[in-house]
Design a protein around this ligand. Sequence first.
Ligand code: TXA
Ligand code: MG
Length: 334
Amino acid sequence: MTQPAIHARLYRGTPRNLVRLAHALQRGELVGVPTETVYGLAANAFDARACRRIFRAKGRPAADPLIVHILALHDLARVAVPNEAALRLARKFWPGPLTLVLPKKPAVPDVVTAGRPSVAVRMPRHSLFRRLLKLSGVPLAAPSANAFGYVSPTTAAHVRAGLGGKIPHILDGGPAAIGLESTIVDLRDPRKPRLLRPGAITRAQLERALRRPVPLAAATRRASPGAQLAPGLLQRHYSPRTPLVLHSRITAGDLRAAGSREAWLFVSRPRKVAGANIRWLDDRGTLRGAARALFGQLRALDAGGFEKIHVELAPGTGLAEAINDRLRRAAARR
Ligand code: TXA
Ligand code: MG
């Protein structure tokens, strides 16, 4: 059974295109969508068949649940059972880069939650994605729009490069403003919140809002998928093909000693060194700029034919925690 090759079409966010894409979603088709974090691969969250297509297109294991995206706070109760802590975080940080794990409602098909009694929910901020959610009238299940295990896409071109042969539509909403996947918090027990994935909403922000500690879930640190609460958060993830070597600090001596087929990646422009194999994430050295550029730079370096990519970890806490989390996962050996 051979299928005809589909060549994904890129759509600008015109009113007419948004209506067409909303209809496509209602028919059970997949649409690559822009969000403020990374691009997603969306389907009607209430349509089990459409959601199964997401797993097929990405090559994603069926045990790895999807995030459900909603338009407004009153949609939360359509898919999940909220609690006080969840509402507090939702009011403070939605729409935005925060995903809450809560007990699920029966309307959400098992394929979305990989058979779990919980569901991950997020209200995105990107205006085009919000207009699409409004026009389609249903919550949209969407993981990051990359082939399973590869670096998440932060532009429509990244989505087309990875999935263009497998999906029909991609909505182009420009480069992602944040560049890292959302922060995920487990709030099934509101008295024991746990951070499943660090992101642009920092642990300190969550702890201030909840007035209690939000420890990083230890299980996500282990490589064994069976032991994990968040099964998609395998230790090795978000990975380029070129081996990554992490450093807390890269010195001028390191650079001098290295071969020309090794690349060097810094958060900010290093002083007194230059070369085609030396890159940095942000001219001004800000962590926000670094987060926005990280996945694009990893893709570019991966395509550069280098033997190794050396990366200097981000200094500090907050957003640095999220950047370093992605770098550690990307560097973990297969
Ligand atoms: O920023 C984001 O979160 C992006 C955009 C598209 O919204 N999405 C994203 O999705 O990064 P994905 O599938 O690449 O990562 C979602 C992760 C899964 O790997 C899984 O570990 C976790 O969310 N997750 C989903 N449902 C869960 C649940 N019921 N319990 C625990 N973890 C869950
Ligand atoms: Mg992903």
